[in-house]
Write a protein that binds this ligand. Sequence first.
Ligand code: SF4
Ligand code: SF4
Ligand code: SF4
Length: 249
Amino acid sequence: MKSLYSFNFISRLIFLLLTPVLFQLVGIGFIWHSIYWGVITAVVIIWGIFILISPLFGRIGCGWFCFMGTASDFASQHSIIKMKWKKPKIWVRFLIIVPFFTTAILFYFLNKEQNLTHNFEINLLYLKPNFDFHYQKVWMIDIGAALIFGLLLERRWVCKNLCFMGALCAAGANYSRLIPVIDKDKCTRCGKCEKDCLVRLPMLDYIENNKGLVTNSECILCGKCIDVCKFNAIKLKFVWNRKKYFRNH
Ligand code: SF4
Ligand code: SF4
Ligand code: SF4
C-alpha cells in the first residue's frame, strides 16, 4: 500500500507544475492583488479555507498544496548545509503581515477613489489584463527564492519568516487536532524522523517531553516521519483533547 508521504509527494508535485499552467490558462489573481482590486478570487477562497480549517487540520495547505513549500523542500533535502530547527519569531511574522495587508488595503482605497474596484464581488478567475505574465514572473521569482533559501538556510525558512499565509495558518495550527503521535514504547530514539522531517522539527524533544505528541504549529502534516520510521512508531491521529491525552499517557 502506498504511504501517506507518497500521496503527499504526488499532490505537491502536481500543484507545483499546475500553478504556472493555471496562471497561463485562467489567470487566477493572488491575494495581494485580490485586495488591491477588491475581488474575491479562487486563491482567496482556497487559502481562506486553509486558514479557517487550520485549528482542525493544521498546516495541510502548506504541506500538500503550496508550490513554494515544495520547491524549498526539494532544495533543502539536497542541501549540504544542515541547520537545527529554530522557533519562529512572532515579531518577524508581524513585520511581514502588517505591510502586506496595509499596502494592499491602501491601494484598494486609492483604486476605489478612481472607481476601479469591484466591491469584493466573487470572481473566481479574475485578473486584470496582462497580469498573467506578471504572475508567471512572480511564480519564477518565488520558485527561485524558495530554492536558494532552501539550499542555504534552515528547512522551510521562507515559510517561517517570510510568508504571511504561513503565519496565519500557523496561528490556527497551534490548536490543530490532527497531529503526528509517537508511540514511546515502540520508538527506539534512533532520530531518523527528526533528521528527515521536512521541517526538521525536534522530534526527540516531543518524545521525551511531550508524551510523543508533535504539537508544533510548523508541522506540515507531510507524513515523511511516518514513512521513515522503521519501527512503525508514528501515526497521524486526531487528538481532540490534549489535556486528556496527557493525563492518560
Ligand atoms: S508558509 Fe507560505 S510559502 Fe510556505 S508552504 Fe505555507 S503558504 Fe507556502
Ligand atoms: S524514527 Fe521512529 S524509532 Fe526513530 S526516533 Fe523517530 S519515532 Fe522513534
Ligand atoms: S513532523 Fe512529520 S508530518 Fe510533521 S512536518 Fe515533520 S515529517 Fe512532516
